[in-house]
Design a protein around this ligand. Sequence first.
Ligand code: C2E
Ligand code: CA
Ligand code: CA
Length: 409
Amino acid sequence: MELTLKRTLVIDDSRAIRELLSAELKNLGVQEVVCFENGATALDYLHENPGKVDGILTDLHMPRMDGLELLHKLGEMNYQGGVIIVSAMEERIVQLAVQIALSLHVHLLGSLEKPINLERLAQLLFRLKQVRGVPVRPLELIKKRELIERLEQGHVLPYYQPKVDIQTKQITGVEVLCRLDNPERHEIISPDRFIPVAHRFGLIDLLTDTLMAQCLAEIRSLRDWDALPHDPALVSINLLPSQLYNDSLPARCTSICDHIGFDRSRVVFEITERQVLSEPAQLSTLDRLRIHGFGVSLDDFGTGYTNIRQLRELPFTEIKVDQCLIQHIVSDRVSQVVLESLIRIAAELKMTLVTEGIEDIQDYLYLEQAHHVIAQGYLISRPKPIHELERWMHAWYKEHGAANIRQIR
Ligand code: C2E
Ligand code: CA
Ligand code: CA
């Protein structure tokens, strides 16, 4: 999906840099670029235009207010856009900037060294678009009637994307990603086109229940499912934050698991942090899912609202680091330091850490040599239907050795 950004700021005391960045950002599809010579005037502008600025590119060394102080102030004013630092980042500054970003929840997206490399600028802008972009052309949502038809005719298709331990190559689980089948038109409909419709017309719980019953039964019938590890859990299912308002959720999910004979401790619910999670009703459902034995994962971490203090207080068993922090991590010291901090925090809080969106072999190799994480992404496997997943699992173990699987046949 092609995305665009409405407005970004460029803060730099060098006029040449301001002009270069402004021209390039417009080339890359930003609709409006507003430039400032220092952080103080930029902050005034942000206070006068709340919610109107998608991203900020800022120098670190400027008269009146340096970049770290600016990061602090952005955190204090709860700025929700992305921030890119345009400056050489010494190691000490990277560490400080990441600390500020994680504790005050500033979306620090990376750094751009001078002289400016346009390919790197494009990468960072892509990240910003993932966090804040709006579609150039609105997505074509399906009609309510079609959704009901698909549900009634049993055309809900679970696709599975495996997750692997990047060190041991053990398959640690699968994320279930919903598709709708339209056999007449030979079309597989992607979730972006129907999840918003299901949400809007009150059909999302029915969709989740249908998908859950179907995917647990399919996984249960996999020849090797008993051989997969119990810890971390096996099946991840997505929920919208709004579904936590329905207090029947834990009981419904429990009854689906019990009916199929699926151990609840092997199911994790992923809840995106793109929307705020703070209402008592939502938190209480999260707690109750935990009490019923399910795992809960904070999805898309790095794109939303949770700061480290909240992370410590919420009952999550897993953090799923968003692809915008993982893509190009091999050449991005800021993302590397963010991931290192998150790995430490996850270990301290006894949470599983999953990195998603691994597409590039260089990023994979970096993660493999630097960290013990669970990894998911197109490079390992695209989401696929159950019979293809089974074939993929066999091929994977053939390639990486089946030492860790107890009884693969
Ligand atoms: P998500 O939960 O963040 O899922 C990850 C998305 O990233 C999936 O898109 C997956 O196919 C894609 N992905 C995986 N690896 C890579 C990679 O290496 N590179 C890139 N660029 N993308 C990768 P998908 O399947 O289109 O799903 C989109 C979103 O729809 C999901 O994002 C999730 O929020 C939502 N969704 C899917 N199924 C359900 C569901 O059953 N219930 C709810 N509430 N939401 C769902
Ligand atoms: Ca997810
Ligand atoms: Ca995600």
